[in-house]
Unconditional design. Structure first.
Lengths: 267, 301
């Protein structure tokens, strides 16, 4: 029988979670502050949200970020599924060590190095910087996360079902579409969502690879934060946090239900 | 090349290997080789601000024969660079230690909780990871600055009579790094602690070990893989961190990621920025290799 956490561990958890959540909650609370000063509570107001709608620079940046994130995460998912599948299902091929190294390396590579090296590469082939270069940069690091999610999911499934289908005469493409893809589908969706949020969040790599006219939302937020804390940034931050939290909760509930259905079907 | 998959593979399987492989070579490996190349070229005022070393294969080859290591010797001559390297290692190391001290009891507490609670608590650990990193750092600016919420609160309670200067000090950078990377510490710790065999603890207790001794002699050694993974996951990205030292530390904390950024965007010295990048990677290559070996073993085991 598992012993429950003692008083010390309970206290540590309470403090730890307070530390993790208090700053975000305070920021969200102050986005509804009528006063422009951070320290003064001037009453409840939605005025910063209203003002947000007339800030065209911020809205433009949000649109650039959304389109970059949607394109990059779709590309990253396609590339990442291929890479994860190869690593999980093809035990030997030439240069496999280099390949798996390149899949893991971007996860721990400092962003400043990734950004700088991609920028210098784009310049050396005289590629104009803008939407396309940010998408390539984001797809490259996101695909590695997708590959790892897919590889982990495939490692958890036994290959015998795929082999049985092949023995029964199904072509490899059919096996992938009818058997492998449905098995990894939750991983594919998680991978896409993860890529989307990583792209939406990235400041450093986008700053290196963007060009004039393609300022992303984090770049815009960063340049205004440097000038000080503004309630408008609190408002847009609250909207972003709300969207992500809703997406995460919705997706984890859907996963839980799918898992419960699977278990029920298996019984 | 990579397409020569072993086994009964069709074109589909070859493409599944080849396409991501070539993509990573083009957009991960090749760019890094270019950085290496530019780091040994000389600065020029032209646009792009370096004398290209790629003009032709011949020129590239002569350059390899006589590399210009001036940028590197400059890095070692100017104490600014050495200091920011050492400072990055110090800040990242100490932050990792603090994150471990906060994260370990949290992970242990979650692992000990009942099944129903565990799922909810884990979601609470993961959720901040999905919210914007930049926004979480920005939240601390509003709290820590001189006319911020923390000072207002402490002045109001009468604990202090003068506002504390925390924003733009190294303390703020430590707070920011620990806060941002804490989930990366908790998750691997949790996954080893959750697998811990409860009967070993009971055996130790039955043999008369006190709770602390049991923890020190049984739990802690068994959770070493989680400790190692968590420390790497915090330490490695923290060394090259740019956003946190920039927004919370300002000029008080010179970390190497910030130095590289300034060298590139403000001084526009691309070859020097490239050599800073190459040296940063060299500092990180040992921990990254250890981590990769560890990750691969976990993946296969």
């Amino acid at each position: 029988m598992r012993r429950g956490p003692g008083l010390f561990l309970k206290g540590a958890m309470a403090l730890g979670f307070a530390f993790l959540y208090a700053p975000i909650l305070i920021l969200m609370l102050y986005s509804f502050n009528a006063s422009k000063l951070v320290t003064v509570w001037g009453g409840f107001s939605t005025r910063w949200y209203v003002e947000l709608w007339s800030n065209t620079a911020l809205l433009d940046a949000a649109w650039v970020s959304a389109t970059v994130a949607a394109t990059a995460s779709t590309l990253a998912t396609v590339l990442g599924v291929m890479a994860g599948y190869s690593l999980a299902r093809v035990p030997r091929f030439l240069g496999r060590t280099l390949f798996s190294g390149m899949v893991l390396a971007p996860l721990v590579m400092p962003e400043v190095i990734t950004g700088l090296s991609l920028l210098l590469a784009f310049i050396s082939v005289s590629m104009d910087r803008g939407f396309v270069t940010i998408v390539i940069a984001h797809a490259t690091f996101s695909m590695c996360y997708v590959a790892i999610v897919i590889q982990a999911r495939l490692a958890g499934f036994d290959q015998s079902v795929e082999e049985a289908a092949e023995d029964l005469g199904a072509r490899p493409a059919t096996v992938f579409r009818r058997i492998t893809l449905p098995l990894i589908m939750p991983g594919v969706i998680s991978g896409w969502l993860l890529s989307f949020t990583l792209s939406l969040d990235d400041l450093v790599i986008a700053s290196f690879t963007s060009g004039p006219g393609s300022t992303t939302l984090p770049m815009k937020i960063f340049s205004s934060v440097r000038l000080g804390v503004t309630p408008e940034i609190n408002a847009i931050a609250t909207i972003l946090i709300g969207l992500v939290a809703m997406g995460t909760i919705f997706w984890s509930l859907a996963l839980k239900r799918a898992e419960a259905n699977r278990l029920r079907a298996a019984q | 090349m990579a397409g020569q998959a072993v086994g009964h593979s069709g074109w589909g399987r070859r493409a599944a290997i080849l396409i991501p492989y070539l993509w990573l070579i083009a957009f991960f490996l090749a760019p890094f080789l270019i950085v290496l190349k530019i780091s040994i070229s000389t600065t020029a005022i032209a646009q792009p601000p370096y004398t290209p070393v790629w003009d032709s294969m011949g020129a590239a080859l002569t350059h390899l024969a006589t590399p210009n290591l001036g940028n590197y010797s400059f890095l070692f001559d100017d104490p600014l660079y050495i200091d920011s390297y050492l400072n990055s290692l110090k800040v990242a190391g100490l932050s990792t230690l603090i994150a471990l001290l906060i994260g370990y009891p949290m992970a242990y507490g979650i692992a000990r909780s009942s099944r129903n609670w565990r799922g909810a608590l884990l979601t609470l650990v993961i959720l901040p990871f999905w919210t914007s990193f930049l926004i979480r750092v920005y939240a601390w600016v509003g709290i820590l600055k001189t006319e911020g919420i923390l000072n207002a609160f402490l002045l109001w309670t009468g604990v202090i009579s003068e506002p504390l200067q925390i924003h733009f000090t190294p303390t703020a950078v430590y707070i920011g790094i620990v806060y941002s990377y804490l989930p990366f510490m908790i998750l691997p710790l949790y996954s080893t602690l959750e697998k811990l065999d409860e009967s070993l603890l009971e055996a130790a207790a039955d043999l008369g070990a006190r709770p602390f001794t049991t923890f020190w002699r049984v739990t802690l050694p068994l959770s070493m893989p989680g400790i190692a993974a968590g420390c790497f996951l915090v330490f490695i990205p923290a060394v090259g961190e740019f956003v946190i030292p920039e927004l919370l530390g300002g000029s008080s904390t010179q970390m190497i990621g910030r130095t590289l950024w300034n060298e590139f965007f403000q001084n526009r010295d691309w070859p020097l920025a490239s050599s800073v990048a190459v040296l940063l990677l060299m500092v990180l290559v040992v921990p990254i290799m250890i981590f990769q070996r560890y990750a691969r073993r976990e993946g296969t085991g």
